[in-house]
Design a protein around this ligand. Structure first.
Ligand code: KIV
Length: 296
């Protein structure tokens, strides 16, 4: 009898060692693909753990996927920390990265270090991620690294500053723009980042930059040349309305399943098919009789 993929994954992760920075470096050296996914709560963390992914990101995408904001811009550090703590409780082996929200690190190096420390001390994150590779982001990355916290950089499409980039669109699509993405990636590497995210850049541009980057690079809409891939949990499982970005591959349609499940429940309640006898609790006949007498 063949095993269900979830059983294979659970068996594979039960004796798995926690993923560390040296292990990520080794994976890059050996050419082993690195799997990263976002998570925002205990169940999504348990799914990532059971599936044996390597990196989990409490992305500020949670602003949209679970908190219902129209973009990642409004979310506050305190809100993401609640999500990160729930994810931490559900994880044992993947390396956990917390996303620094917009406005929580740009003002000064001190602000960046203070926010990063909260993700590590209060939520138990192993590292933080911040967006952008310009002078400000690079300085903040360096300051946080110097404070002893591993930093993942993020270049290409950076949703926190999508307005300044002209919207949610691929970056690096002409030579000058591609050169900017490359310079930002190298600057973040030089600042001490342990890893980078490349988001929504042409596959050929990513491949050229890969040849010059020594740290593990995780791609999302950056083609196959990166060391690993990341997708947003709700995108890959279809827990959303609409299709999402071009780079999303959908592995399930849970939103449809959720709607169907709730609709079937509502139907059962309205037609009094639920609850059935097996969903209730029994009381001894004598106790029931005594209770009835008590009521009269
Ligand atoms: O917030 C997020 O989910 C991200 C990933 C897309 C990398 O930044």
């Amino acid at each position: 009898m063949s095993s269900h993929p979830s059983q294979i994954a659970a068996a594979a992760t039960s004796d798995r060692l926690p993923v560390t920075l040296p292990r990520l470096t080794e994976m890059k050296r050996l050419g082993e693909a690195i799997v990263m996914v976002t998570a925002y709560d205990f169940p999504s963390a348990r799914a990532a753990e059971a599936a044996g992914v390597d990196l989990v990101l409490v992305g500020d995408s949670g602003a949209m996927t679970v908190l219902g904001y129209p973009s990642t811009v409004p979310v506050e550090t305190d809100e993401l920390l609640v999500l990160a703590k729930a994810v931490r409780r559900g994880l044992r082996t993947p390396f956990l990265v917390g996303d620094l929200p917009f406005g929580s690190y740009e003002v000064s190096n001190e602000q960046a270090v203070r926010t990063a420390l909260r993700f590590v001390k209060e939520a138990g994150c192993d590292a933080v991620k911040l967006e952008g590779g310009g002078a400000t982001s690079t300085a903040r990355a360096r300051a946080v690294v110097n404070a002893g916290i591993p930093v993942m950089g993020h270049v290409g499409l950076t949703p926190q500053t999508a307005t300044a980039l002209g919207g949610y669109r691929a970056q690096g699509r002409d030579a000058a723009a591609a050169a900017r993405v490359a310079a930002e990636a190298l600057a973040l590497q030089e600042a001490g980042c342990f890893s980078l995210v490349f988001e929504a850049i042409p596959s050929d541009v990513a491949a050229e930059i890969m040849a010059r980057v020594e740290i593990p690079v995780i791609g999302i809409g950056a083609g196959p040349a990166t060391d690993g891939q990341v997708l947003v949990f709700h995108d890959l499982l279809g827990i959303r309305e609409g299709l999402g970005a071009r780079f999303v591959k959908r592995y399930a349609n849970l939103q449809d399943d959720m709607v169907a499940g709730v609709a079937a429940y509502a139907d059962d309640v309205r037609s009094r098919r639920y609850p059935e006898p097996q969903h209730g609790y029994a009381i001894d006949a004598a106790e029931l009789q005594a209770f009835r007498q008590h009521l009269t």
